[in-house]
Design a protein around this ligand. Structure first.
Ligand code: PHE
Length: 345
């Protein structure tokens, strides 16, 4: 019996030694020291022992129990300490690691150009006006001195929705709408940015949907020189103080006289290169003095009031400013293209 107890002690201590975690250790505790464990089992045979031997055996059994249990306790401390170390190791923060980048978006190049142009004109006392993209034939054409059947309607191939409704082909309908709202009274000074639509086949320089920014100034004594001065300020602020502008005669049914504005080529400084196709000048926008018919149709007395208007394409301006060579880049939302503009913020 004595031997059996010693054997059990040995066995138990070996098992304790091998235990890898607290759960296993607990299982060992239960199996060796529990009521149904082998020690209890051995002690059941005490009845067969002499009265002398019984207390000795009892004492030995207790000793074996104590040894096993202190073995377990020691091991428990070791395992607990290990568990704490492991947890600490898994939770360490390496403060020397570089931080994760915060991905912030940036404005679309067109939004940026439009906001820049808006700010520039707001600084000159203009306000922003916006109008519908689905427009009446009346405002898109008729009120702009383009009656039905006028050949100049062909200049802007249109998406018609019904006889009288279409997707606006330019932002100029806002000229008529704004003046009409003013009921023929008082000055107008507005900028209208927005989307416009034309039945064009998409290529590097054409898109069926693009943007325009319209400008309109109406007051007493507004002259061509006011238009020229305004456009000169715009060009220099937008492209740099060293840029020159020139006005070429042109035709729009809603302005008389009509002009197109060029700016001197930045690359060759007017000497002629690929970008300006050898001319030294780059076309930027259309403009002119508001046609008396347009003033009258919107309720303004054309003997008292005069005005100028201009219309430009932010895509083209952004192309020139940022060196973009294909208008489709603006609409395909390729992140590699868009990301390049964060540095201009
Ligand atoms: N609406 C004209 C166009 O789309 C541009 C323009 C606007 C011309 C205002 C003169 C005055 O081509």
């Amino acid at each position: 019996m004595q031997e059996r107890l010693k054997e059990l002690q040995q066995e138990a201590l070996e098992a304790v030694q091998k235990a890898v975690d607290l759960k296993e250790l607990n299982e060992i505790r239960v199996s060796y020291l529990g009521k149904k464990g082998p020690i209890t089992e051995v002690l059941k045979g005490m009845g067969k022992l002499s009265a002398e031997e019984r207390p000795k055996m009892g004492a030995l059994a207790n000793e074996v129990r104590d040894i096993i249990s202190s073995g377990i306790e020691e091991k428990q401390k070791v395992l607990e300490e290990e568990a704490v170390q492991k947890k600490l190791a898994s939770e360490t923060i390496d403060v020397t690691l570089p931080g994760r980048p915060v991905n912030s978006g940036n404005h679309h190049p067109l939004t940026r150009i439009i906001e820049e142009i808006e700010d520039l004109f707001i600084g000159m006392g203009y306000t922003i006006a916006e109008g519908p993209e689905v427009e009446k034939d009346y405002y898109n054409f008729e009120a702009l001195n383009l009656p039905k059947g006028h050949p100049a309607r062909d200049m802007q191939d249109s998406f018609y929705i019904s006889e009288e409704i279409l997707l606006r082909t330019h932002t100029s309908p806002m000229q008529a709408r704004t003046m009409e709202k003013n009921e023929g009274k008082g000055p107008v000074r507005i900028i209208c940015p927005g989307k416009v639509y034309r039945r064009d086949n998409d290529d590097a320089t054409h898109s069926h949907q693009f943007m325009q920014i319209e400008g309109l100034v109406v007051d007493e004594n507004i002259r061509m020189s006011d238009l020229k001065g305004t456009l000169d300020v715009f060009a220099k602020k937008m492209f740099g103080d060293d840029r020159e502008i020139r006005l070429r005669p042109s035709f729009f049914p809603f302005t008389e006289p009509s002009v197109e504005m060029d700016i001197s080529c930045k690359i060759c400084k007017g000497h002629g290169c690929n970008v300006c196709k050898g001319t030294g000048w780059i076309e930027i926008l259309g403009a002119g003095m508001v046609h008396p018919n347009v003033l009258e149709m919107a309720g303004y007395d054309s003997t008292k009031y005069t005005g100028f208007a201009f219309g430009m394409g932010p895509e083209r301006i952004a192309m020139l400013k940022y060196g973009v060579d294909d208008i489709r880049h603006y609409y395909t939302n390729d992140i590699r293209f868009l990301k390049q503009f964060s540095m201009h913020e």
